[in-house]
Design a protein around this ligand. Structure first.
Ligand code: ATP
Ligand code: MG
Length: 601
């Protein structure tokens, strides 16, 4: 993306009240940000992990499971699964070692070669975690897919990822894989996880988990693993276009581990719940790897979002650290603080959010309702782990993504005429968010898109494609995706700022803002708005919102048009698809919709 010379939008981020931490906060893993950043080295971070015995390399599954299973945590709950129907299953670190060893042995028994891709298409069930970690033990590449995908996106991903093995369930197989199986010649084995109430009836062309995994030996020695060996393949959310396949290596576990400690503040005794599905990078890096390498108990809940069910889980499971997403938070806000009353959530001590810009209102709502702010953090599928965060012992600035993690060199850069990039030192100047290349969980490639991958790196910087600003305290403020930024009358306007202002209005549940071509201004700002329950779309409300935005943002930045929608189109990982709002507005082709969640609710 080349930034054309243009004046940044004239309004600075709003001055929301800072949430100041109690002085001398006891116990945060990262208590002294400056000192830790100064002393930090990846070598030292790597030394917090064990490595494979005998100096045979580094393997994510060993760090997540085996090293605990061989030590004092062997009997501790590693995975606490809560089924849709309320059923529960618990696996200790010792159990998880045996289960993942069985899976690794089953792959070996099938003759699956090291380096082969093992895909998992399943809801959030323990076998998903077992298959991912077992595949890593066998030095295969693991790729969990979101189970709500239809046959077409599944086929695309299995084909470009050259999936040799697929772990799924009988019902998913019948609905989604059987119709496309003939088009997947590279898929050697399909392993079906038994479903409740399902008998032994064999499905042609598949293997039964009970026959090949359960009887396999619970002993397995992880072969030597180079930290640079491929480990995980994750597809991006497809918010801006066709999803890309980002490749990560075993060394990524160093980032997963240290960010689990620093950004999520995981402590020994924590009960941690990451609500993301492992079909998205968050659900793997922080739903599987980081909590386990840190030896905590990880809650793995099958049910989709439902406020009452979620509050029930937080209370019953005594969740202490909770990692969720803006969409879910906004849905909870829509239902109001009343819905939380009556739950004892006294065990919650740290709340974090990722995936989309978190509007300041949502941060403050956390403080009001849970007694703690949501700590926004920023990262991408490509970065593999949290890069920028509001940290436990730091002031939270609502609306800001926080500060770079130790070991992460971040900058705001602008493109120079010679094709290079120049870091911008002055505070509150918009530019592209860039990271110094070389942290362990940095993607090592886009699958089959070498050229696109290469273009992400300029002069030792990884260019994120997101626009942001840095304030004088070193906090980063998200402006928008480079693709979504609006150029209106010579000003660069970030949709996030406009959406935030609209969401301050009591009637607005969510907002999506686009640039609409205009012969005079270049583009004008147009907002799509969904209302909270109890509010009805009307001309009067539209005018009121236009007036509110103008007062709040000034005439240049405020939307010129507002349109009401029942819901906004979003990806299955919960992100507003502004490109789709725009394509529909302009009557343009809608592009890849494989990750679109139904927006016709
Ligand atoms: P695609 O790359 O396929 O268009 P995507 O970028 O949505 O999809 P992800 O890797 O899942 O795929 O999402 C990363 C992006 O999400 C970031 O680049 C950023 O635009 C947005 N994002 C994530 N966390 C935050 C945050 N805390 N604040 C603002 N934006 C965020
Ligand atoms: Mg992206």
């Amino acid at each position: 993306m080349v930034l054309e010379p243009a004046t940044p939008s004239p309004s600075a981020p709003p001055l929301y009240p800072r949430i100041v931490k109690p002085r001398g906060l006891v116990g945060a893993n990262l208590a002294d940000y400056e000192a830790v950043c100064h002393a930090f080295s990846w070598t030292a971070a790597r030394a917090l992990l064990d490595g494979l015995p005998g100096g045979r390399g580094l393997n994510i599954a060993h760090e997540a499971v085996d090293r605990h299973a061989a030590g004092a945590r062997a009997g501790r709950e590693a995975l606490r699964w809560i089924g849709q129907d309320g059923s529960r299953r618990t696996l200790t670190y010792r159990d998880l070692r045996a289960a993942t060893n069985r899976f690794a042995n089953a792959l070996r028994g099938l003759g699956v070669a090291e380096g082969s891709a093992v895909f998992v298409l399943a809801g959030r069930i323990p076998e998903l975690v077992i298959a991912v970690l077992g595949a890593l033990k066998a030095r295969c590449v693991a790729s969990p897919l979101f189970s709500a995908f239809g046959p077409e996106p599944i086929a695309t991903r299995l084909t470009i990822g050259e999936g040799r093995v697929l772990v799924t369930t009988g019902s998913l197989y019948r609905r989604k894989i059987a119709p496309i199986r003939a088009h997947l010649p590279q898929l050697d084995h399909v392993i079906l996880v038994p479903e409740p109430g399902q008998g032994e009836s064999a499905v042609p062309g598949t293997l039964d988990w009970r026959r090949i995994v359960d009887p396999a030996s619970p002993d397995f020695v992880i072969p030597p693993t180079d930290p640079e060996d491929r480990a995980l393949l994750h597809f991006t959310s497809g918010t801006t276009g066709r999803p890309k396949g980002a490749i990560h290596v075993h060394d990524a576990v160093v980032t997963h581990h240290i960010t689990g400690r620093y950004a999520l503040d995981l402590h020994d005794e924590d009960i941690f719940w990451c609500t993301a599905d492992p079909g998205w990078v968050t659900g793997t890096s922080y739903g599987i790897v980081a909590p386990l390498t840190n030896g905590v108990t990880s809650v793995f809940a099958e049910a989709e979002f439902d406020a009452a069910a979620w509050y029930g889980i937080l209370q019953r499971e005594r969740v202490s650290v909770w990692y969720t997403a803006p969409t879910a938070i906004r849905m909870m806000m829509k239902l109001g603080a009343e819905a939380v009353r009556g739950y004892d959530l006294g065990h919650l001590r740290f709340l974090a959010s990722v995936g989309e810009p978190l509007n300041p209102e949502a941060v403050l709502w956390g403080q009001e309702v849970f007694g703690r702010p949501f700590h926004d953090n920023w990262w991408q599928t490509e970065t593999g782990g949290i890069m920028i965060a509001n940290l436990a012992a730091m002031d939270v600035k609502p609306g800001s993504m926080g500060r770079p993690l130790p070991g992460i060199g971040a900058a705001i850069v602008q493109r120079a005429a010679d094709g290079g990039v120049v870091p911008v030192e002055a505070p509150m100047v918009q530019g592209e968010l860039a990271l110094r290349a070389g942290w362990p969980s940095m993607m090592r490639g886009y699958l089959h898109e070498e050229e696109r991958y290469r273009k992400c790196f300029v002069g030792g910087w990884y260019l994120t494609g997101d626009l942001a600003m840095r304030d004088a305290d070193g906090y980063y403020w998200f402006v928008g995706r480079a693709d979504d930024v609006i150029k209106s009358s010579g000003h660069l306007i970030g949709p996030f700022e406009v959406e935030n202002a609209l969401m301050e209005h009591p009637a607005v549940a969510e907002a999506g803002v686009i640039g609409k071509p205009d012969p005079v201004a270049g583009e004008i700002v147009k907002a799509f708005v969904a209302l909270k329950p109890g509010f009805t779309a009307s001309e009067a409300l539209r005018r009121e919102l236009l007036g509110h935005a103008r007062k709040r943002l000034g005439a240049v930045v405020a939307p010129k048009e507002i349109e009401f929608r029942l819901v906004l189109p979003r990806t299955r990982s919960g992100k507003i698809m502004r490109r789709l709002l725009k394509a529909r507005e302009l009557g343009l082709p809608e592009g890849d919709l494989s990750t679109l969640e139904s927006d016709a609710r």
